[in-house]
Design a protein around this ligand. Structure first.
Ligand code: FAD
Length: 286
């Protein structure tokens, strides 16, 4: 099923993300984690493309496995900055052949050396190519705190609008830890005429040190309440895990209470985290 059709229903959706293995040695452990997450039967699952240490070679296979074996709809990520039009066309053919209808169109990181390859500079170009290639449901990324390369938040929203006009049917946000940042962003994009559904990306933090590094790189704001949790529990992994799931659950309940119906969990190949969040929301998701 196309994800846009789920997002248009007046119903809360919960989705989970997995990333492919880095090497073939770790394929089995990723496959096992993926199966356990799929068995939770979320509204859909997304499979990243070369992000989080995973390699892009496995994205299509893992996504197709989730769909075929568990009947869970999938969103396959696809990046373009270090790719060519020919390669993108090849991946899209593979997705079509495996019955995958949903693609998250991303620029990806600029390759070392500074400039993207000639074929693609921005995700909007990829969106146009995917649209021309077949009947895919196309999503894109958005950044409530502004993309780190963007000179201003307004410029970022203008580019986002162009990406939506190119054919992006829904948006998934970068992680954020203060819901007011998302509410403010939603107000600003709606004012600019971006009306597509926005899926809120939530990162349950289970490793205090790792998150401090990621936030520094992405410019994500860490509220004092969150920092206190990391300070207190960061060196105690089981306690940090419990506190991280509780913080994320609290964020999600506030989002849903305020009308943000679509929640995507950056579950990082951790079934226990996905299951913990789903269990904490069991009555809310009914
Ligand atoms: P774009 O939409 O192209 O934007 C990138 C920058 O260019 C922004 O600053 C934007 O304002 C600017 N821009 C856009 N158009 C123009 C223009 N015409 N002129 C000037 N400036 C312009 N990375 C991976 O490698 N694999 C993944 O699977 C992956 N999944 C992700 C999922 C989500 C939900 C998110 C939020 C990010 C993900 N990323 C992934 C990271 C992403 O690739 C990076 O954040 C990347 O730096 C930007 O990608 P984008 O698609 O948002 O780019």
């Amino acid at each position: 099923m196309k994800i846009i059709d789920k997002l248009k229903q007046d119903k809360v959706t919960l989705s989970f993300e997995v990333f492919p293995p880095k090497t073939s040695d770790t394929y089995e452990s990723v496959a096992k984690a993926t199966q356990e997450i799929a068995a939770l039967r979320p509204d859909f699952m997304s499979v990243t493309y070369g992000a989080g240490g995973g390699t892009s070679d496995y994205t299509v296979g893992i996504a197709a496995g989730i769909q075929d074996q568990y009947g869970v709809d999938v969103l396959a990520h696809l990046t373009c900055a270090s790719s060519t039009r020919a390669h993108v066309a090849q991946v899209l053919e593979q997705l079509k052949a495996r019955g995958i209808q949903n693609v998250l169109a991303l620029r990806g990181d600029i390759p070392e050396g500074g400039a993207p390859a000639d074929d693609y500079h921005y995700a909007a170009e990829l969106v146009r190519d995917i649209k021309a290639h077949g009947d895919f449901c196309i999503g894109g990324a958005c950044y409530p705190e502004g993309h780190p390369e963007s000179p201003t938040k307004n410029a970022d929203i203008d580019h986002l609008k162009a990406k939506v006009e190119a054919g992006c049917q829904f948006l998934t946000t970068q992680m954020f830890f203060d819901n007011n940042i998302l509410y403010n962003f939603l107000y600003r994009i709606r004012e600019k005429g971006i009306t597509v559904p926005v899926v809120a990306g939530i990162m349950p933090v289970t490793n205090g040190k790792q998150i401090a590094r990621i936030c520094k790189l992405s410019g994500t704001y860490l509220p004092e309440r969150f920092k206190a949790i990391v300070d207190r529990f960061g060196d105690n992994p089981p306690a940090m895990r419990q506190a991280g799931v509780a913080y994320a659950t609290d964020q999600i309940i506030d989002l849903i209470a305020n009308g943000v119906n679509h929640i995507h969990i950056y579950s990082m190949n951790k079934p226990e985290i996905a299951a913990g969040i789903q269990a904490s929301l069991s009555e809310i998701l009914k």
